[in-house]
Design a protein around this ligand. Structure first.
Ligand SMILES: Cc1ncc(COP(=O)(O)O)c(C=O)c1O
Length: 446
């Protein structure tokens, strides 16, 4: 949501000093997310510097993922600036309001809650030293079996610290700043923020319930996109899932663009509520990334990554020069959870509950004449005429939803409701509040 704050007086004489001053003002809250920065010429005149200096300061901030420039809308502080810690972001949810804005799974349905590390020395006779394979043999075996069963070629494997870490490593393995990356619109806010922080430009692809529209993928490729990132299912925020028919269409399209890097994000395996239709292996360079975070617990910072040999080798090479590998403590824990029957039952229960909640909310909204989307996963996306009005109305009725602005590039407005922990008896009051929030615009009452 855009908010124009009291005018903050930017200081500094050189580009770096100006950029640092603005970065600090963002951290201190003096420049809020969405705040407009003065036009370059105005800033230059105000500071008595050359316009090129002011432009260079904005460029530095853009490259750091702190601000965005959108044509005639000028330069603004990003919704979630990459220079600000997570804890400082977002609006606090007032006491007494039911928070359905987070995108989190239900903590009661996460196997990690009851998980225990294997007792020391129980399975491994000796501590792991430097020089061991980055992927534990047990995890590799599990990954090969489960990915192959889903038609994902799993000859070359890596393990990363979650999906986003994997996506970053794959993109930086092949692309350079300035390159275009095709992404779903609306799409995962963290991915959009990551692209900005890495200096890639986002090429939007619209999404329907069956995944990215083939025509938009084709357009992005025509416009020179070097990579395409597709959420296989539980697309965030719309709940889209790539259907069998769409997968076929996209495979055919990508077969004519084998030089494009294809990245698939399968972050909701186990709880998506729909089967996987993968595109893996269609292009020369590709990666399929399956995170454990949503089904097993966000703190299980681990994702399996399968890809072509070159991509996987580059990911390993670069990992080696950073964290080295993902700790076997975590890899062992993940294998244990994936193989554990009680954990699998809990994941299955979560899938059932999330599916039921999505369907109940969708049906209740349809009854009230309100359109909503959410074919898979734990979110429902509701197009609204005005996000600020809808969010404010919902808050005053006791519900916090996520504003669509942080997920959108060119897509029309909407709000996201996370249904993972909604009780059946909350569905009707929630649907009433949403309906009222949408119609409030027509009444001009906010
Ligand atoms: C589309 C998408 N991918 C992946 C993730 C999980 O990512 P990670 O494994 O990095 O925690 C999320 C979590 O919100 C998501 O929405």
């Amino acid at each position: 949501m855009d908010s124009v704050p009291e005018q903050y007086m930017i200081r500094g004489a050189g580009a770096e000093a100006i950029a640092t001053d603005i970065e600090e003002a963002i951290s201190a809250g003096a420049l809020a997310p969405g705040a407009e920065l003065p036009p370059i010429r105005e800033l230059a005149a105000q500071l008595g510097v050359n316009a090129n200096t002011a432009a260079a300061a904005y460029r530095l901030l853009r490259e750091r993922g702190a601000v965005e420039t959108a044509g005639r809308r000028g330069t603004r502080v990003r919704d979630r600036p990459a220079t600000t810690p997570r804890s400082l972001r977002g609006l606090p949810v007032p006491a007494g309001v039911r928070d359905l804005s987070t995108g989190n799974p239900d903590p009661a349905l996460l196997p990690i809650a009851a998980a225990q590390l294997p007792p020391a020395g129980s399975r491994r006779r000796r501590p792991l030293l430097y020089g061991e394979p980055a992927v534990s043999p047990e995890l590799a075996e599990y990954a090969r079996t489960s990915l192959t069963a889903d038609d994902v070629p799993a000859e070359h494997l890596a393990v990363t610290a979650g999906a986003l870490d994997g996506i970053e490593r794959v993109l930086t393995a092949h692309l350079r700043p300035g390159d275009r990356v095709a992404v779903e619109d609306p799409g995962w806010a963290n991915l959009l923020d990551l692209l900005a922080a890495l200096g890639f430009s986002a090429e939007p692809m619209r999404v329907d319930d069956d995944g990215p529209l083939a025509a938009d993928v084709a357009r992005a490729l025509r416009r020179g996109a070097r990579a395409v990132v597709v959420t296989t299912r539980a697309q965030n925020p719309t709940g889209a899932a790539v259907s069998g028919a769409r997968a076929k269409e996209l495979r055919q399209l990508l077969a004519d663009h084998v030089d494009v890097l294809l990245v698939e994000d399968d972050h909701c395996a186990g709880i998506a509520g729909v089967p996987l239709h993968t595109l893996a292996g269609t292009t020369r360079h590709w990666a399929f990334i399956r995170s454990a975070a949503k089904a097993y617990g966000p703190d299980l910072r681990l994702a399996l990554l399968a890809g072509d040999r070159r991509t996987v080798e580059r990911v390993h090479g670069r990992l080696r020069l950073g964290p080295g590998w993902i700790s076997y403590l975590l890899q062992d824990l993940a294998v244990r959870l994936w193989r554990d029957k009680a954990a699998s039952r809990l994941v299955h229960k979560a899938e059932t509950v999330y599916t039921r909640n999505r369907e109940l909310l969708h049906a209740a909204l349809t009854d009230r004449g309100v359109t909503s989307r959410g074919r898979s996963g734990l979110n429902v996306w509701i197009p609204v005429p005005d996000e600020t009005v809808a969010i404010t109305r919902l808050l005053s009725a006791g519900w916090a939803a996520a504003p669509g602005t942080r997920f959108r590039i060119a897509a029309p407005p909407g709000v996201r409701i996370t249904v993972s922990s909604v009780d059946a008896d909350e569905i009707d009051p929630l649907a009433d509040a949403v309906t009222e929030a949408i119609h409030a615009v027509g009444l001009g009452s906010v």
